[in-house]
Structures are given as C-alpha cells and as structure tokens.
Ligand binder design. Structure first.
Ligand SMILES: NC(=O)c1ccc[n+]([C@@H]2O[C@H](COP(=O)([O-])OP(=O)(O)OC[C@H]3O[C@@H](n4cnc5c(N)ncnc54)[C@H](OP(=O)(O)O)[C@@H]3O)[C@@H](O)[C@H]2O)c1
Length: 301
C-alpha cells in the first residue's frame, strides 16, 4: 500500500511514521518542508508550495498513492487569528486541493480535523454534533470538514482532540511537554481551571490512524482519551509528579486571565462511543498516558 503523508515533522505525523506496523508492505512517503526532522529511515519528498496546484497534481500522479493523509496545518490558534491568509492556504486550500485530486485519482483522503470545530457549551461531542467554532482556526477546520462530508465514502475526517507526547525536534510544544519544560526549570506555571477536554496520547492517535488505514475506514472519527471534562490544571498537576516534578509549581488561572490570547471553547470533551465500538478501543487516561510517555523516554521524540 502506498501512503503519502503531510505534516510528518509534527506531533501526530511523527508518531504515525514511527509506528508503521509493517514498513515493508506499508510504504509511506512524507511530503515535508523538514526532512531532517522526520524519524530515521523515513522516505520523503520536499513539500511544494501549498498554492501550486499543478505541482501537487504532478507529484501525486507520480506517486499514485492509495491513501493520502493530511496532517499539515498551522495549529497555533493565536497565529491563525493574526495571519488568517497565510493560515488559510495551509489549513483550507491545501486540504481542499487534496480532496479535489482524490476525486480525480481515486485515493482515500484522510484529513486531520480538530476539537476546535465545536463550540464548547454542549460537551461531550460525538461526530454528529453540530459545529460552532469560536475562533478562526476552528472555522477553517470546520469548512474543510463540511466539504469532506460530501465525499464520505472515500474520505475520513480524522478528528483527534488535544494531544500530548514528546514533540519532535523543532515542533511546537503541546500542553504537557511545554509544562514539563517549565517545571524542569523550576518555574511556576499557570494552568486554567475553566477549560476542559479529554486529552489523548499521540501514540494512541497514531495507532488508531493505522488501524483506520488498514481497514479502509471512512466517514468521521473523534479520537480522545479517557478523562472526560478534565481541566488543564487538573491534567498538568495530576501528572507532574510522575515526572518527578512538584505539582505545587502548577498554579491556577482562568481563561480570562490571558487577555491577549484568542478565547478557546470552554469544554470540547469528545464522546468516543464510535471509536470504542468500531475499533474495540480502550480509552487511556492522562495518568496512564503520561506513564507510558515517561517510560518511553524523551529520546522517543
Ligand atoms: N496537536 C493537537 O493537539 C491537535 C489537536 C487537534 C487537531 N490537531 C490537528 O492535527 C494535525 C496535526 O497536528 P500536530 O499538532 O501534529 O501539528 P504540528 O506539530 O503543529 O505540525 C504540523 C505540521 O504541518 C506542517 N506545516 C506547518 N506549517 C506549515 C506551513 N506554513 N506550510 C506547510 N506545512 C506546514 C509541518 O510539517 P512539515 O514540516 O513536515 O512540512 C508541521 O510539522 C493538524 O491538522 C492539527 O490541526 C492537532
């Protein structure tokens, strides 16, 4: 099976590349701007400009993929609000182009969506819940999802919630890895008590994605972890000590205290019934996920 992947140097893409269950049979080529940041022995080609549709068409015709996985995005919500045009090129135009090419070439198109498509006042969110994004990044994700729903027989809207794990070199920090860095340096951090989710370990996101590919799974799938309605403060303070770090450095804050950042949805906890049913999947708690992350060691990133 031939698989093309964008975003291979990001958190989820990197775990996906590392966890290939059968590299001899499942040939993944990463389309990337940073080949040096990929796991060792990854196959890659340079990423064309996202706006150059003709070059993408030639590239895809050359590789004749069975599956295209789009994990590339500008995921920094505040940056997307500041620079919406640049973000739209990556977050909307690129996936819509890959969707259009999937019609032409017949590959399965898997696109990473986000918990940011939801409004935050009606958790838990199943795949059928209405979208009500409260910022530009969420609106961009929602726009692409709605287009993919028109081709649900050969696309997958793959929607992880907030993830954690060891970020690859040069990738942006995730809530846990960023907090650990500060705590290691002995700095106090402020974590909000009024934003909630069920965070998911990136290793599990990758494992579910591989299963989905192997089964030709299509439609829409919400992928979260085992702790419903967990606040950022509960999350970080409950796992700090697993890494030998003092929970006392994790102070409380409220979203309104961070005046310069774009307001986030209050609670985007996922209803993971479909994931558990269709994949016979046991949801992992942040405690168990952090333990696995710790035991794997930061060299895993
Ligand atoms: N992390 C989360 O908590 C989370 C939660 C919900 C949804 N998601 C979604 O899951 C997907 C993967 O997220 P992630 O956190 O793994 O991403 P990430 O670490 O932010 O990495 C995204 C990748 O996108 C590519 N990229 C970034 N800016 C680009 C640009 N201007 N032009 C072209 N490519 C660019 C880069 O790949 P290369 O350098 O290899 O080209 C980058 O490594 C995204 O669609 C994201 O929206 C993430």
């Amino acid at each position: 099976m031939r698989i093309l992947l964008t975003g291979g140097s990001g958190l989820y893409g990197h775990y996906f590349l590392r966890q290939n269950p059968d590299p001899a049979r499942l040939k993944v080529t990463a389309i990337t701007r940073r080949a040096t940041a990929l796991p060792a022995a990854s196959h890659s080609v340079p990423m064309p400009s996202v706006g150059d549709g003709d070059v993408w068409r030639v590239l895809l015709h050359h590789h004749r993929p069975d599956v295209v996985v789009n994990a590339a995005a500008i995921g920094d919500v505040d940056m997307v609000a500041r620079e919406p045009d640049a973000a739209r090129a990556v977050n909307v135009d690129l996936p819509l182009n890959l969707l259009a090419l999937s019609h032409e070439m017949g590959y399965q198109f898997i696109h990473f969506s986000s918990n940011a498509v939801y409004g935050g006042d009606e958790a838990p969110y199943a795949e059928t819940a209405p979208h009500a994004p409260c910022h530009t990044y969420g609106a961009m994700k929602s726009q692409v999802d709605l287009a993919l729903r028109e081709a649900a027989d050969r696309t997958l809207i793959f929607r992880p919630t907030v993830g954690y794990g060891w970020p690859p070199a040069g990738a942006r920090a995730n809530p846990l890895s960023g907090a650990l860095q500060h705590l290691h340096a002995g700095r106090t951090i402020r974590q909000v008590v009024d934003q909630f989710e069920n965070p998911v370990f990136a290793e599990d996101v990758a494992a579910v994605l591989w299963q989905a590919i192997l089964r030709g799974y299509t439609g829409e799938l919400n992928v979260g972890g085992g702790d419903a309605h967990l606040s950022r403060h509960q999350w970080i303070s409950s796992v700090a000590e697993l890494f030998g770090l003092p929970a006392s450095l994790v102070h409380t804050a409220r979203m309104a205290d961070f005046e310069t950042v774009v307001p986030r949805p209050r609670d985007t906890t996922f209803d993971c019934t479909r994931l558990q049913r269709d994949f016979d999947w046991a949801l992992c708690s942040v405690i168990d996920g952090a333990r696995r992350m710790r035991d794997a060691g930061s060299s895993a990133g």
